[in-house]
Design a protein around this ligand. Structure first.
Ligand SMILES: Nc1nc2c(ncn2[C@@H]2O[C@H](COP(=O)(O)OP(=O)(O)O)[C@@H](O)[C@H]2O)c(=O)[nH]1
Ligand SMILES: [Mg+2]
Length: 271
């Protein structure tokens, strides 16, 4: 196990609820299986993030599927204020068992402590900022915690660790790495833009054939022809020729920002 994972494992011991964020556009590829053991005795809330960019039908299917495996699943757009309430409510419900235990021990129920986990770019910081807004952080020094790491008091019965667990990425599986690069969780430079674009176009052709209609492309055909078409449409011309490299960057950028529509790269079932 890597150092990063061991550190996260240490922190997990101090929490009651784990909130793991998965990008709704590739839920399976954003799961990190290495912490399954460490999180076994903890309540797990899974959040499918960025649902504003994902295929609604697929998000629904993924929510149902993941609900069979985790204690609670929420599908959220973390840029929306309403996300905060839904999460607080879920954490409250997941904490009931722990509060009951406290009561049985004759203790006043302690606040439920949670931490956020996820691979890069899934919305961890956005969520922490949202939950921390206007709230005071309390200082806590505990072994295994970085100096200055704090518990944010989200409410009287919900405290959140102010630093998320960033799950390390593995690049072994090329298909997975490609999807995560397309979503921005893996640095694009790891794979050539042309590989990413080729993968994307092949996928769109099969699953979202109208995704390039903003470039007046109604039939995704040959790779080079398609990229030339996009370059011409956007005036990306270099020395009188279509600038394919620029067109590739543009296409990746527009996909990442949802300009091509609500698209999920990992389909659970056929429609
Ligand atoms: N459209 C959309 N963007 C989001 C959502 N959640 C986070 N983001 C954006 O995704 C990017 C990465 O978010 P960040 O919180 O920094 O992710 P982190 O790397 O996991 O901490 C930022 O530009 C956020 O504004 C969401 O639900 N929908
Ligand atoms: Mg962050």
């Amino acid at each position: 196990m890597s150092k990063a994972l061991r550190e996260i494992e240490g922190k997990i011991k101090a929490v009651d609820v784990i909130i793991e964020l998965l990008d709704a556009r590739a839920p399976l590829s954003s799961i990190n299986e290495n912490l399954e053991d460490a999180t076994q005795n903890k309540k797990k809330l899974v959040i499918l993030s960025k649902i504003d960019l994902a295929d609604d039908h697929q998000t629904k299917l993924w929510s149902e599927k993941l609900s069979q495996r985790y204690d609670k699943v929420l599908a959220l757009d973390l840029t929306k204020e309403s996300a905060e309430k839904e999460i607080a409510k879920a954490v409250n419900i997941l904490g009931e068992e722990k509060r009951e235990k406290d009561r049985k021990k004759g203790m006043k129920p302690q606040p439920i402590r949670a931490m956020i986990l996820g691979i890069p770019n899934v919305g961890k910081s956005s969520l922490i900022n949202r939950l921390a807004s206007r709230k005071a952080a309390g200082v806590q020094n505990k072994p295994g915690f970085t100096r200055g790491e704090q518990w944010i008091k989200v409410s009287n019965d919900f405290e959140l660790l102010d630093t998320p667990g960033v799950l390390p990425m593995s690049y072994e599986n090329k298909d997975k790495a490609t999807k995560l690069a397309l979503l921005g969780s893996i640095k694009e430079e790891i794979l050539p833009n042309s590989d990413l674009c080729m993968y994307l176009l092949k996928f769109l052709k099969e699953k979202y054939p109208n995704a390039l209609s903003r470039f007046d492309i109604n039939d995704i055909g040959d790779y080079l022809e398609t990229m030339k078409h996009i370059a011409k449409r956007r005036g990306l011309i270099k020395a009188g020729e279509e600038d394919i490299e620029k067109a590739e960057s543009l296409l990746l950028h527009e996909f990442k920002n949802g300009k091509l529509g609500k698209i999920t790269l990992e389909w659970l079932l056929w429609r």
